[in-house]
Write a protein that binds this ligand. Structure first.
Ligand code: GLU
Length: 424
């Protein structure tokens, strides 16, 4: 944050700054709706909460938590909760704004929101993790709800954490409110297909982009940064389609194998020991070398700001699939475009997760649950329809897929804003 705390002044190179410049790029394509664009440049509401817990050793620890509701013009806020030592308000603002764009891009009846706690969950016991989750949920309970703002998993959060959030909110309101969060365990109103949905969406959009580029997935070399719920699932689906996963990076390091890593072995080992645990299956290299790995497709599926100008110059990829939110800084976006590298932007590429979250929420309200085939067929259809529309917009205006996604999404958001009108 700048010295004077403000929604409008981003810190240099921050995710919020990246988001604002992405919005600036779409303004020429908004026509008369451009008059409303300022609404996207500031969050509707941001809550900062103190999360105190008693640690196992008897000391009292305080963590800082956030919930930002960026925009609710088209429906309730929607977006994940992130537990990470680097979480800041400004980061959560950007993540909430990307949710606004994302839900509109795939035409879900939601706005955008996001939450986070500045904590390293790997340093907490299970009991401490539960306490942090419950106290945070209780603190943000004044603004979340099944019809107002619906959290979900994000970096370092999972179905168990969603179960605790659902329970805490439910205890506070005196009923079982399954629709208050998505990404829950299956027998607590969770949906089949939710865990794999984000990775699956990356695959579906990536397969279509490869087809349009004339790139054969059989034998295509893929580098994946981030090997959690998004990166590992996308890698498995691409490998099933005949691609070779030649480089993988996670928080433990980087492993490469030009002949393709054996995912059947790498995935289970990575869950306990990280990707470097699979030394037998490839070479461990310095992290920066990940960006030099000879590949056709690059999948950043970790955190923001990873594709810098320098890394954009280096990569040999012809296609970038943004599994993460905000992985490419604007100057790198320009370099990739100049170099003829196609970027499928986060706000469509990783929208599979929130799409199946939407299915989960609908199933919770109707108390009628769909089978996995139905989920996947509907997911693929929504993703493909959205991508095709975005592609047509990009072709029509000769703009990047990112700016085209913003054009499609912002038209929906700002039309809703205009139709609702300003109150009072
Ligand atoms: N955290 C995911 C995202 O960034 C999913 C959010 C949701 O399901 O609400 O899209």
């Amino acid at each position: 944050m700048s010295e004077k705390l403000s929604f409008v002044n981003p810190t240099a190179n921050s995710p919020w700054g990246t988001y604002l410049s992405q919005v600036d790029r779409v303004v020429p394509y908004l026509g008369p709706l451009a008059r409303w664009v300022e609404t996207l440049k500031r969050p509707k509401r941001a809550l900062i909460v103190d999360v105190p817990i008693e640690m196992d050793d008897g000391t009292i620890a305080h963590f800082e938590g956030y919930r930002v509701q960026h925009n609710m013009s088209r429906g309730p806020g929607k977006g994940g909760v992130r537990f990470h030592p680097d979480v800041t308000l400004e980061e959560v603002m950007a993540l909430s704004a990307w949710m606004t764009i994302k839900t509109a891009a795939v035409n879900l009846p939601y706005g955008g929101a996001k939450g986070g706690i500045r904590v390293d969950p790997k340093k907490l016991s299970l009991q401490e993790l539960e306490k942090v989750t419950r106290r945070y949920t209780s603190e943000i309970g004044i603004i979340i709800g099944p019809h107002t703002d619906i959290p979900a998993p994000d970096v370092n959060t999972n179905a168990q954490i969603m179960a605790w959030m659902m329970d805490t909110y439910s205890m506070n309101v005196g009923g079982t409110a399954t629709g208050v969060v998505t990404g829950k365990p299956l027998h607590l109103g969770g949906s089949l297909g939710r865990v794999k949905a984000t990775g699956r969406g990356v695959f579906v959009t990536g397969r279509e982009a490869a087809r349009r580029l004339g790139m054969d997935l059989r034998g295509a070399r893929i580098a994946v940064q981030g090997f959690g719920n998004v990166g590992s699932v996308a890698a498995e689906l691409f490998a099933e389609a005949g691609a070779k996963i030649v480089a993988v990076q996670d928080h433990t390091g980087t492993i490469v194998n030009p002949n393709g890593l054996d995912l059947a072995k790498l995935v289970p080992i990575s869950r306990t020991d990280g990707v470097v645990g699979f030394k037998a299956g490839g070479d461990i290299v310095p992290n920066e070398d990940f960006w030099n790995a000879a590949c056709d497709i690059l999948i950043p599926a970790a955190l923001e700001g990873q594709i810098t100008a320098e890394r954009a110059q280096k990569t040999t990829a012809k296609l970038v699939l943004e599994g993460a939110n905000g992985p490419t800084v604007p100057v790198a976006d320009d370099i990739l475009a100049e170099r003829g590298v196609l970027v499928v932007p986060d706000v469509i590429c990783n929208a599979g997760g929130v799409t199946v979250s939407y299915f989960e929420w609908v199933q919770d309200f109707s108390s009628f649950f769909w089978d996995e085939d139905e989920i996947n067929v509907r997911l693929d259809r929504i993703m493909m329809n959205a991508l095709n529309q975005i592609w047509d917009t990009a072709d029509k205006h000769k703009i990047s897929l990112r700016t085209a996604t913003y054009a499609v999404a912002c038209e929906r958001i700002l039309t809703a804003r205009q139709e609702r009108g300003l109150y009072p």
